[in-house]
Design a protein around this ligand. Structure first.
Ligand code: PHE
Length: 451
């Protein structure tokens, strides 16, 4: 028998679930890394513009497609443009979500390991954090084991369904995450590098804005807002007719941006508190630089060190969990709705196959690092293929579809809830989605490809 398709049960549930998807490793890990690499405050300004002018209109477009059809992404595009090839956009979303989940779950497993090691004290006791990181990620078993534990957690939530699983879980995890981030930000006031960290984050040096900074900011906005991966389209298919799409976009973008900036408030004062460390360490910032910072700052009071670092990695873990759930959902919903599998069977199939691919990703960081595709390890290749190729193309197709192909009346009815939610921003949204967003995406895409 076909199970009933349940919507989210409350407005708060909608916002917490969508914000849970957006707030992830991208905010706490990738954002500070990009800020560090691209010169601080100037990057943040450009990023804010990208969220406003590109990210938010694209998110609204995904909401329109999902809510108007109440179906998984592939079915949604087929329903809106029957018999055409636009279905490909839905296929792209589901495939990318699947591929990203397979390595996202491995990196999320790292955060689980770091949380456990922090509370257990082993992280503070180590001295060589480069070795600590590479010994763990290079090991054949441990990262896979942690990846499996993480996938199990995600699986249990997904099997329970949208209202009883994703919504309930997000409503507990997101407030907890916000509470942790506030406590950590408040603690960073007391760090000796606080003033220097704040200046780095808040005083823009406009000479630092180059085209490269612009492009990085746009890519970051895409990733951080979970765009073009079918996730938000799938979530929107569970919104009821009273959900105000524009308000939801606004709340999710504000929460996502606040968490990213607050993560900067935690990380940069910490980095500047230790002489000789620089904020532009790249991807090792969170897993290599920060543990040494915690060690040096809290060396005299190890208990505080366990607590501070444990809470920090738990923050990262919670953020990763809710995002991983949103990557799982479009794939599960597709198998469930289009192949008639029960939700339980569909979810099990997704978890098992994603984990198998995840094992390859994990091994490619260690014993299989010698096997490469176009000179990249399998892990890096998947990251490159999804983030730099498939995602921008998907984003471009979404805005062309909603801006130029979909009936304008349908779009207006969705955005205004059939005229009930009056908005004067509709013409601006249409202008952005028809001209500004596609042109901007083309610029990023070709620039990245031609580099
Ligand atoms: N937005 C998430 C983050 O910031 C990543 C993500 C991308 C999640 C796409 C779901 C879909 O980490």
């Amino acid at each position: 028998m076909k199970e009933e398709r349940k919507n989210f049960g409350s407005k708060l549930g909608v916002i917490m679930a969508a914000a849970g998807s957006a707030v992830g490793l991208g905010n706490v890990w990738r954002f500070p890394t990009e800020v560090g690499r691209n010169g601080g405050a100037a990057f943040i300004l450009v990023y804010l513009l990208c969220v406003l002018l590109i990210g938010a209109p694209l998110m609204l477009s995904e909401f329109v497609v999902g809510r108007s059809t109440h179906a998984n992404p592939i079915k949604a595009y087929s329903k809106l443009a029957p018999g055409s090839w636009w279905r490909v956009v839905g296929v792209e979303g589901v495939v990318v979500a699947f591929l990203i989940l397979s390595f996202y779950v491995i990196v999320s497993g790292w955060t689980l390991y770091y949380t456990v090691q922090s509370f257990a004290g082993a992280l503070m006791e180590s001295r060589d954090y480069k070795a600590f990181f590479s010994d763990f990620t290079g090991d054949a078993w441990m990262p896979v084991l942690y990846g499996i534990m993480l996938m199990l957690l995600v699986h249990v939530v997904i099997v329970r369904g949208v209202q009883n699983g994703i919504e309930k879980f997000s409503k507990v995890m997101m407030p907890l995450l916000l509470a942790i981030i506030m406590v950590l930000a408040a603690c960073s006031f007391r760090l000796p590098g606080f003033g220097q960290g704040m200046a780095y984050l808040l005083k823009p040096d406009f000479s630092k804005i180059t085209t490269d900074v612009l492009l990085s900011a746009m890519g970051q906005a895409f990733f951080s807002l979970s765009l073009a991966m079918g996730c938000l389209c799938a979530y929107a298919s569970y919104f009821d007719s009273g959900t105000r799409l524009q308000r939801t976009v606004f709340s999710v973008s504000v929460i996502d941006t606040l968490v990213a900036v607050m993560s900067g408030f935690i990380i940069f004062p910490a980095v500047f508190s230790v002489q000789g460390l620089q904020p532009n360490e790249g991807a090792g910032l969170v897993f290599i630089t920060l543990p040494s910072v915690f060690n040096m700052v809290f060396g005299g009071a190890p208990f505080l060190g366990y607590l501070f670092s444990g809470m920090f990695y738990m923050l990262l873990l919670l953020a990763a969990l809710t995002s991983a759930m949103s990557l799982h959902e479009p794939v599960t919903a597709y198998l469930h709705e289009s192949f008639g599998l029960t939700r339980h069977k569909a979810a099990t199939l997704v978890s098992l196959s994603c984990m198998s691919l995840g094992v390859v990703c994990s091994l490619s960081c260690g014993i299989w690092s010698g096997y490469t595709i176009f000179g990249l390890t399998f892990f890096d290749f998947l990251d490159f293929l999804t983030a730099k190729i498939i995602m921008p193309v998907g984003g471009l197709l979404i805005c062309i579809f909603v801006g130029w192909v979909l009936d304008r009346k349908l779009v207006r009815d969705e955005v205004t809830n059939g005229g009930k939610a009056h908005t004067c921003l509709f013409p601006i949204y249409m202008f952005l989605i028809r001209y500004v967003v596609p042109i901007a995406i083309c610029v990023i895409f070709f620039n990245e490809l031609l580099r």
